[in-house]
Structure formats: structure tokens, C-alpha cells
Design a binder for this molecule. Structure first.
Ligand SMILES: O=C(CO)[C@H](O)[C@H](O)COP(=O)(O)O
Length: 209
């Protein structure tokens, strides 16, 4: 089970400094969507330079132009790019084509997908590598959590890797670990913690028990 650190809110120097502090506990560094909007692929390139052996995800949440936008991530050094499950299947297929060309992977973010079982089947049929259950920041603010969607995902996914994101921290990690996803994504839980290193350590410890 991998821990993905989502870097969403920091500027590049602070994000690099945070990643350096917690890197021992992290398997995948996510250049989060706000960070991509702010810094573009420069952030992916800088992290690739500084952490040559760590997996990097570019959280572009692609909605259109799947091939071109995936290529930007892969050429900058990302191992994974994200596409939105709510978009047209042609866009997801275009991302998968780029991933095949660069020998990288596509994560389908299931945020706001209404019929999860059907979308899971469709995405697995076209060969999506990772399916990510995601309760977004605005949904979290309304009190939602990704645990029920993760249960649906675990019950229906047959071959794709499973990821989960949405306000997870060291207090809630155990119920997600119990469902045995391949990747657990934590952003604000670590980034906004009083002691981010201790928070990352506790989360990783819960994942490795
Ligand atoms: O993709 C994201 C926001 O769109 C976040 O990176 C993801 O939700 C993880 O962050 P948090 O743990 O703070 O929810």
C-alpha cells in the first residue's frame, strides 16, 4: 500500500521543503491541482530533479485534450497523470494512448461520478491503470468522506489499482487501511498538521501494520 503526499496549497520552495522532511514515509509525490495551476509543469520538473527515484503524479484532472495534456506531464517527468472520470471516454482513451507511448500510468479521478459501478466497469474495459475514489475539498467542507465510495470501489473493481482521497489523516487512516486500497492520498492531513513529519509517520505506520 502506497502513501501519496498531495501538495496542493504551498508555493514551490515550501513544497520542496515539506517533501524533503517527510520523504521517508512517502511513495508518490502529488503535484496537486492548485499547484499545477500555479506553477505548471515546472513544479513536476523541479520535483523530478530533486527526487529522481520517487514516483510523481501530476494532478491535472484532465477534462479534454487527453493526449496533449498527458504528454506534458510525462515529458516533465511524471509517472502518473489524472483524468476526470466524468469526462468523455474518448479523452480517457487519449490519456491512455499517451501513457502507453511513455510507459506511464493514468489515474481516473472518480470525483462527482454518480454511477460508480458502471464507470468502474467502463474504465477497466479500456485499461485504466488506477481508479481513485475522491471526496473533494468543497464536498469535505459539507461534511462528506470517501469511505462509502471506497467500499463500492473495492466491491466492483476487478483489475485496476484502487486509490482513495479526501481529508484522510492519522485519526481516520485505519478505516481506509482496513479496505486495503493500493494507494492512500493525504494532502491537508499532513500539510496542515502541527507536526507534518509525525503525522506522516503515524499514517505510514498505520499503513504498514
Ligand atoms: O485532489 C485533491 C483536491 O482536488 C487533493 O489533492 C486530495 O483531495 C488530497 O487532499 P486532502 O487530503 O486535503 O483531501
Amino acid at each position: 500500500m502506497k502513501l501519496q503526499l498531495a501538495l496542493d496549497e504551498l508555493k514551490l520552495p515550501e513544497a520542496l521543503a515539506l517533501a524533503e522532511k517527510v520523504i521517508d514515509y512517502v511513495d508518490i509525490i502529488e503535484i496537486g491541482t492548485p499547484f499545477v495551476i500555479d506553477e505548471g509543469m515546472n513544479a513536476v520538473r523541479k520535483f523530478r530533479e530533486k527526487f529522481p527515484h520517487v514516483e510523481i503524479l501530476s494532478d491535472e484532472k484532465i477534462m479534454d485534450g487527453g493526449h496533449l495534456e498527458s504528454k506534458l506531464a510525462f515529458e516533465a517527468g511524471a509517472n502518473y497523470v489524472t483524468v476526470l472520470g466524468v469526462t468523455d471516454i474518448l479523452t480517457v482513451k487519449a490519456c491512455l494512448k499517451a501513457a502507453k507511448e511513455y510507459n506511464k500510468e493514468v489515474v481516473v479521478d472518480m470525483i462527482c461520478v454518480e454511477d460508480l459501478p458502471t464507470k468502474i466497469r467502463e474504465m477497466e474495459e479500456i485499461g485504466a491503470h488506477v481508479l481513485a475514489v475522491h471526496t473533494g475539498a468543497d464536498q469535505q467542507a459539507a461534511g462528506r468522506q470517501p469511505i462509502d465510495d471506497l467500499k463500492v470501489m473495492v466491491a466492483h473493481a476487478k483489475k485496476a489499482k484502487i486509490a482513495v482521497a479526501g481529508g484522510i489523516n492519522s485519526k481516520t487512516i485505519h478505516k481506509y487501511v482496513e479496505l486495503n486500497p493500493d494507494i492512500i492520498i493525504v494532502g491537508s492531513g499532513i500539510g496542515n498538521a502541527a507536526d507534518p513529519v509525525e503525522e506522516a509517520r503515524l499514517i505510514k505506520q498505520a499503513m504498514t501494520k
